[in-house]
Design a binder for this molecule. Structure first.
Ligand code: SF4
Ligand code: SF4
Ligand code: SF4
Length: 327
């Protein structure tokens, strides 16, 4: 349970610093089904900040969305820090971006939230279809209490949580400047049973499965926009010369897009699940990411986003790295 007064005080203190540009966190959102990212530019803005089980977005995308236009002659760059509210899984993105030298540790002030799990908005909307005047979701010990139009129902966490929360290894932010609440130990290990089951299928069945999924892709790129690790200034799908992937929406190009993206995230994906959550076509993108994460962990004993001092996987070589895949 996060004390919102303590959170708001931390936001006020952070945004009140001369060396901080703004703080990004969550407000209630418009429907109550899902909190929305919000910004504090001055202390009074902190009053709208909340933390509850609907705070699902990974806000680590925001520092990387900062536009840095060329400076006019004599103009100094704005080097103030960005304050950011982060859950455990989200913090891994900042750690990974620091590893990749996309950010420096001192560029951000992290208000960390030890997290006991969020809801999957898609699961909540299935339970409460249609329009509602008011929705509120709260932690209630080991349950989620959902109040819709004044009527409260309780759900077990398993019923409403996304899969990532059921196997959370890092509920407490790995790096933080202020921690709101007590540290929570991550005790669970990733569950690869579903991936291992999929690995046993024939190559033909695997292709049929992914053809069916990729055929649904409408190339909206919501997965890319929500992903904190997709921060290239120019995405390969938008480069026209050379054109790596055509813009047409068809199975062949959709497959190229989804596989290229998955491999671009190899050793970098921090398993926040934002890509899958934001996909309007419900493509199980985490299955792809998880297979690659599993292989990398088994082959190289490497996990993305857990050590800001470590080198990124693809920037290091160990003499005993497995090389069976080299022909
Ligand atoms: S994966 Fe862990 S840190 Fe992330 S939302 Fe779920 S419980 Fe919280
Ligand atoms: S690929 Fe998906 S799970 Fe991995 S970092 Fe990006 S949004 Fe998160
Ligand atoms: S969000 Fe889904 S539909 Fe949109 S480009 Fe990504 S995979 Fe395709």
């Amino acid at each position: 349970m996060v004390d919102e007064k303590t959170l708001r005080d931390a936001v006020k203190k952070t945004v009140g610093r001369k060396d901080v540009k703004y703080v990004v966190g969550y407000d209630k959102g418009t429907t109550g089904f899902q909190a929305a990212p919000t910004f504090a530019y001055e202390e009074k803005d902190a009053e709208k900040f909340v933390f509850n089980p609907t705070c699902v977005n990974n806000l680590a995308v925001y520092p990387m969305l900062e536009d840095k236009p060329p400076l006019r002659k004599g103009e100094e760059p704005d080097t103030r820090k960005i304050g950011i509210v982060l859950k455990g899984c989200d913090s891994r993105a900042i750690v990974q971006i620091i590893q990749e030298k996309g950010l420096k540790r001192e560029d951000v002030v992290i208000i960390g939230i030890p997290c006991t799990g969020v809801i999957d908005p898609k699961k909540l909307k299935v339970k409460f279809p249609g329009q509602h005047k008011s929705v509120e979701v709260k932690y209630d010990n080991d349950k989620f209490a959902v109040t819709v139009d004044g009527k409260t129902q309780k759900f077990s966490k398993d019923e409403l949580m996304p899969e990532k929360c059921k196997e959370c290894e890092y509920p407490t932010p790995i790096i933080h400047d202020i921690l709101i609440g007590k540290e929570i130990k991550g005790v669970k290990k990733p569950d690869y049973k579903e991936i291992e089951g999929f690995e046993k299928k024939s190559l033909d069945d695997k292709w049929k499965n992914w053809e069916k999924e990729f055929d649904k892709c409408i190339r909206c790129y919501a997965c890319r926009q929500a992903c904190p690790m997709c921060y290239c200034k120019e995405c390969m799908v938008e480069i026209l010369d050379p054109q790596w992937v055509r813009r047409s929406v068809n199975l062949s190009e959709n497959t190229a897009w989804n596989l290229l993206r998955a491999f671009h995230l190899a050793g970098r994906c921090i398993s926040c699940g934002e890509c899958e959550r934001s996909c309007p076509m419900d493509i199980p993108l985490m299955k792809l990411n998880k297979k690659i994460t599993k292989d990398i962990h088994e082959m190289f004993d490497y996990k993305a986003g857990v050590d800001a001092e470590a080198k990124p996987l693809l920037a290091m070589f160990k003499p005993d790295d497995p090389e069976e895949f080299i022909l």
